[in-house]
Ligand binder design. Structure first.
Ligand SMILES: Nc1ncnc2c1ncn2[C@@H]1O[C@H](COP(=O)(O)OP(=O)(O)OP(=O)(O)O)[C@@H](O)[C@H]1O
Ligand SMILES: [Mg+2]
Length: 294
């Protein structure tokens, strides 16, 4: 992608809108700016364009490693928020659960029950008040900022309710942003980006500015962007929440179909019992308490 295109994008927007590809540095939300973003300063390595086993732990020797770690594990994870008046709100209470390689888990629960908090902790966007979160077997809290950034950039894809695409870029350019940031070879990434857009029925719209696309089409572009670098884990916070029932169902089917084909594990949030039923397993949150209901 020509750099000039992104040159027209306010840097702050770019950083805010594709945080997971750049790597978010977890900071207490109380610290002022809600989220601080930092591009990795590490040497560019080009792992992202090669298929990799979903549960591979970076640094592990496959010859000696016999048991695959879960892609994601929560171990008695709590998250407390402190109000200005000093009251403590327990958004998560000792939540435990694992997502295995290629496994699909739906998270349901009422508004305010802690679903987004759980996803933010999984991505390392936020840090727990207690317990630990392991991504590919590695405790996020024990990693340096650079290690956490690379782990997230290379192994996690994110899909949001409101798409978070860059409006003046084309569908293909939006899909390719994570590869540009990671320094992947442009030709290989573009082939993969076009192939993904083809898989979601948007081959003919690749050059279209995303401003011209419908909600369901935008979410499909966002899905391609999240899968571009073959993440072992796809995190989706109400990916169909802004779509009508029919488009929502179609996007979820695509999301799960693509993730299964690619071997990506998925943790997705939904309010809909019907959409949750499409998962291998269901976690339900009740006021921060995680219950594994299936
Ligand atoms: N930065 C914050 N500061 C204080 N409280 C917060 C903060 N973020 C979330 N909360 C509170 O934590 C609880 C869980 O919030 P969370 O966003 O995880 O809920 P949710 O299940 O995703 O809800 P929804 O379905 O409405 O998106 C809520 O009571 C919310 O008000
Ligand atoms: Mg939420």
């Amino acid at each position: 992608m020509p750099r000039t295109l992104l040159g027209a994008t306010p840097a702050d927007d770019l950083l805010r809108l594709i945080p997971v590809d750049l790597g978010w540095r977890p900071r207490p939300r109380e610290a002022g700016r809600e989220m601080v973003v930092e591009a990795s300063a590490a040497p560019r390595h080009l792992t992202g364009v090669r298929p990799r086993p979903a549960a591979a732990v970076p640094g592990d020797d496959p010859a000696t490693s016999t048991v695959a770690a879960p892609v994601l594990a929560f171990r008695k994870v709590s998250r407390d928020y402190r109000s200005a008046g000093g009251a403590v709100l327990r958004a998560l209470r000792e939540a435990s659960g694992e997502v295995g390689a290629g496994e699909v888990v739906a998270v349901t629960g009422r508004s305010g029950s802690g679903k987004s908090t759980l996803l933010h902790l999984a991505a390392g966007i936020d840090a727990p008040s207690g317990g630990e979160v392991l991504l590919l077997g590695r405790p996020l809290a024990a990693l340096s900022d650079g290690e956490r950034t690379r782990l997230r950039r290379d192994h996690v894809g994110l899909v949001f309710q409101f798409f978070h695409l860059l409006p003046h870029l084309s569908a293909l350019e939006n899909v390719l942003v994570p590869a540009l940031v990671a320094g992947d070879p442009p030709a290989v990434s573009e082939d993969r980006g076009r192939a993904l857009l083809g898989r979601v029925g948007l081959a003919g719209r690749a050059g279209e500015p995303v401003q011209k696309l419908s909600g369901g089409e935008l979410q499909r572009v966002a899905l391609c962007r999240a899968l571009l670098r073959r993440p072992g884990l796809l995190l989706a916070d109400e990916p169909t929440g802004n779509l009508d029932e029919e488009s929502g169902r179609a996007v979820l089917d695509l999301l799960l179909g693509l993730a299964r084909d690619e071997g990506s594990a998925v943790l997705y949030v939904t309010h809909s019992a019907e959409l949750a039923a499409a998962a291998d397993r269901i976690w339900t949150l009740h006021s921060g308490v995680l219950e594994r209901t299936r």
